[in-house]
Design a protein around this ligand. Sequence first.
Ligand code: ARG
Length: 461
Amino acid sequence: NEGALWGARFATGPSPELAELSRSTHFDWDLALYDIAGSHAHAKALASAGYLSEDEERTMHDGLDTLAAGITDGSLLPTPADEDVHGALEQALISVVGADVGGKLRAGRSRNDQIATLVRLYLIDHSRTIAREILRLIDALVAQAEAHPEAIMPGRTHLQHAQPVLLAHHLQAHAWPLVRNLERLVDWSVRASVSPYGGGALAGSTLGLDPQLVASELGLARPSENSLDGTAARDVVAEFAFVTAMIGIDLSRFSEEIILWNTREFDFVTLDDGYSTGSSIMPQKKNPDIAELARGKAGRLIGNLTGLLATLKALPLAYNRDLQEDKEPVFDSVRTLETVLPAFAGMVATLRFNTARMAELAPQGFSLATDVAEWLVKQGVPFRDAHEISGHLVRVCEENNIELHEVTDEQLAGVSSHLTPAVRGVLTIEGSVASRTGVGGTAPVRVAEQRYELVQRAQRA
Ligand code: ARG
């Protein structure tokens, strides 16, 4: 088992089938630069505890720098004989600095504490990339809301016309969950900022290495309090996978609306040519593929989370090789969001809204019936009666095949003496939205304030 990290107690090397099953370099090579960072930090800890001379430490850092350059330019790659990124890099280090120095690096650490640390470093870095992309999407939503401060659309519950709302209010309603996802990433990164390095395989080290030194070198707040927990826990990975799944779900919910809005029947939006696709057979087609892919990939993000949770369930302490299965799903979730988010932001930024069509549909389906009832309340009618009167009026309109704003004075009076012609003051969509001035309501003034708050929260995160 030439060049491997273990082997002396075995009479033979691993069978080819085992080697094939065991190998993880095809995905854990993504951690190579983090492995190097861990080794730099570990070399410092070894040197400060007296296990490396100054010369040896310098040789070690120089050798690690050489490896990092090779990883970055692609000239250093794992070989088929390498089991994992850790073994491959130890071999590479030895081939650069020799076994006398290179062979000292592994003292006081295990792949178990290494991998548990490296996956945190990887996720913390990518959480920043994902956060940046979410911010760009929030910017795109805010810009669209700002560009359409007065446009009114049908607000829906149960997908039925409910009450008119501002388009800006609706767009901002998609931005808020993204702001909360940003905040989740930030909260998570505080919990993630812990270094299992120094926990060894499971029980800690006898060498007296300074784990805080390693943590600080890696930009992590502190060492893990418990070496068993540090090497075996993966809730930090699962929680990250949850946040990515939640982001996927929030994008998917918005996607579903964009897909509906883009139908001929709705005709609320036009997608930019650069952010829509054609058909190989139907020349006229222009499809919302970005929204569909975002919606589809939400399933994949959920699958990555549930797969990981299933892996973790019932694992005894401490490290088990099952834990190797944490990486592919979460790496996939990272790549998925890092691909989906930029395309999604571009699609949103370039969406054109058919505000005339939205405004035309907004009062339809008796969406001002609540305004009638609340107008009656302001005239002193108990809401219970007001609801009845307004409902009766809707029935009269339905029977006469007209909308609420089309009723005659006689029809109003026929339903209730409380319904004077003054009620027409609330029978416009502009009047309706303008009157919803309660906190979080859809009145233009509240929506503008809310937008300011939204931007503040996003920037604070
Ligand atoms: N490749 C492993 C993982 O991803 C780390 C190596 C630990 N291997 C071991 N035999 N203890 O979790």
